[in-house]
Design a binder for this molecule. Structure first.
Ligand code: NDP
Length: 325
């Protein structure tokens, strides 16, 4: 068992965590990034990325994350192949324990553990992932321009994704398992008023149809949740939008979470209620959820961490002077 100490401990290695690391390292804070179970985060399970600024051509998600990690290491970040199993934010320095027993102590703590899209868990969904099945219209909608697309879900995300997809498709269908949506009324109004969106009520998805090796998704097998009637809906693009699960289990009881489990931060900042603890990326953002916004809030977390340490040092120096005089 080893104890690792740092001025900036970062949990999570997606765009938020690595951006915080790049800024923290360049500020001389010698950050440690504990990578977690999915090093590189959600982008490592996507393929084409066309909306991360700076690249004229389509790039690959895993490649982008490798580059970000290499950049973070190049400026002095220490990357740890470990998964944090417990965190203590009640004393300073903040303390985290990895699954092998290593201890990490940070004068500041940046939480960038991200979120995972929820999946339906039905046959074909996993196999056709990236081949017609996606959980992010903003990321992948463009690839289905001019095609018929389907969104599954009835919350704000599903409605926003359906509306977004009308930028690319003239034929968008929302499939929902009940006969009413839980999305905000203003979003529902926009959805129902849109001429290119059809809503199919009371339908559960049984299976995604198609061959991952030849042509990808071709449709959905559905069951009517009221009558039990079976049907099929043809489509080349299906967007599962049934919510996200933020990775905040470690912080329950220590940091304030909202009703959906996201870490609460002071508006417009990555500051949690605990001074010196910052949250960035999808773990605190259920609205934008983009690699570039995660990177942005990661940068903000590093800048605020640096300010926190500077203010603390100033207070300590003042206390020493006061004691000496
Ligand atoms: P929600 O939990 O609000 O909605 C999930 C939807 O998916 C529900 O309609 C639910 O159906 C459906 N669903 C869940 N599981 C299944 C399943 N197994 N099969 C079929 N359907 C399923 O998630 P959202 O991602 O939409 O929103 C999460 C939070 O983020 C909310 O607080 C939301 O308000 C917020 N948000 C805010 C935005 C904004 O302010 N612009 C944008 C996006 C999200 P049912 O209704 O039957 O339970």
């Amino acid at each position: 068992m080893t104890t690792h100490t740092t001025r900036m401990l970062i949990i999570g290695s997606g765009p938020a965590g690595l951006s915080a690391a790049i800024y923290g390292a360049r500020a001389g804070l010698q950050p440690i990034v504990v990578q977690g179970l999915q090093p590189g985060g959600q982008l490592t399970i996507t393929t084409d990325v066309e909306n991360y600024p700076g690249f004229r051509e389509v790039i690959q998600g895993p490649w982008l994350m490798q580059e970000m990690q290499a950049q973070a290491e190049h400026v002095g970040t220490r990357m740890m192949w470990d998964t944090i199993v417990s965190v203590d934010t009640t004393s300073w320095p903040f303390r985290a324990v990895g699954d092998g027993g290593d201890v990490y102590e940070g004068e500041t703590l940046v939480i960038a553990t991200g979120a995972q899209a929820k999946w339906l868990g039905v046959p074909g969904e996993h196999e056709l992932g990236g081949k017609g099945v996606s959980a992010c219209a903003t990321c992948d909608g463009f690839f289905y321009r001019g095609k018929k697309v389907v969104v599954i879900g009835g919350g704000n995300t599903a409605v926003e994704e359906a509306l977004y997809l009308t930028n690319h498709s003239q034929d968008v269908t929302l499939v929902h398992r009940r006969d009413s949506l839980r999305a905000e009324k203003i979003l529902q109004d926009r959805l129902f008023a849109h001429p290119n969106i059809t809503v199919i009520w009371n339908k559960a998805v049984d299976r995604f149809l198609g061959d991952p090796l030849a042509g990808g998704l071709t449709g959905l097998a559905l069951t009517d949740t009221v009558t039990g009637e079976k049907s099929e809906l043809s489509t080349e693009g299906a967007f599962v939008a049934i919510g996200h699960a933020p990775a905040t289990e470690l912080f329950k009881g220590q940091l304030e979470l909202d009703d959906s489990g996201y870490i609460l931060v002071q508006p417009g900042t990555p500051k949690t209620a605990v001074p010196g603890v910052f949250a960035c990326g999808d773990v605190m953002d259920h609205v934008y959820r983009q690699a570039v916004t995660a990177a942005g809030t990661g940068c903000m977390a590093a800048l605020d961490a640096e300010r926190f340490l500077a203010a603390r040092e100033f207070e300590e120096a003042r206390a020493v002077v006061a004691a000496a005089s």
